[in-house]
Unconditional design. Sequence first.
Length: 303
Amino acid sequence: MALNFQQRGSALVRRVLLAFFLVASFAMMTVYAREGNDGALHRAQAVISGAVAPLKLVGAAASSGAQTAGDALDDLAANADTLSELRAYNAELVEQYAQMEEYRQENERLRQLVDLKDTYGIEGVGARVIDNPAGAWDQTVTIDKGTDDGVGTGLTVMGTSGVVGQVVAADARTATVRLLTDPKSGAAAIVQSSRAQGVVRGSLEGLLYLEDLEADAEVSEGDVVVTSGLGGSYTRGLVIGTVVKVDAKQGDSSRRAVVSPNESASALEEVLVVFSALGDDGDGADGNGGADAVDDGEGGGAS
């Protein structure tokens, strides 16, 4: 009985308190609505709002921080993807530039060969070098033109600035060119200014020597040396190189001059195989045709 009485009393107290709070809330709402901004309830509301404001800021900051962290993670993933794409694009641009530079250089070399062809009135065929020398003792290159293209042994071969060698073997589609720098090479030559004759030979050190000069031959540094056509070994009137050093004075019997080669073997990529040229008239170095061709060749080389 005592327990039931306590439960009924507790329920009655809760009802009374609920009714009291309802009446109090209604009364406060009425007073709040009727009083002005300076009223007691309004002032109490302001005080409570100020007290809980820092808590609101902390909550807002935490929410903002979480959002910023999420955005940063998204940006990091996006930046990684973008960086990967940029690297791939950059690699593609580098490759394209390298290809364009190769095309530009090849076009320049071919233009120089065409200029030589026009200068000397050459009939011939262009070819690519497909194999370089094995060593200093064997200065030969292989080109991608052969007998099917009219290329045969004994023909003169020119680089972008002058004579570089001679065809020594050929099959249907390729040919072997012995360079002037090969120790076994030899080209009858003439000094353009003095008409002094000699033979240009290669060497193991890769230098060209103008040998077999007359003791009183006039040879000086800077003189241009061209093929003489004697013996029919090379087409006449084509530039071999320039004298860069004379070993002995005029009058010495062992005179020899060092001639700068037109191009090194490692730099050869395209060549011109000469079938015929304006100066190749077969009447020797003293003929008028040869002299005229040499003069024309000097003008063409200077241009």
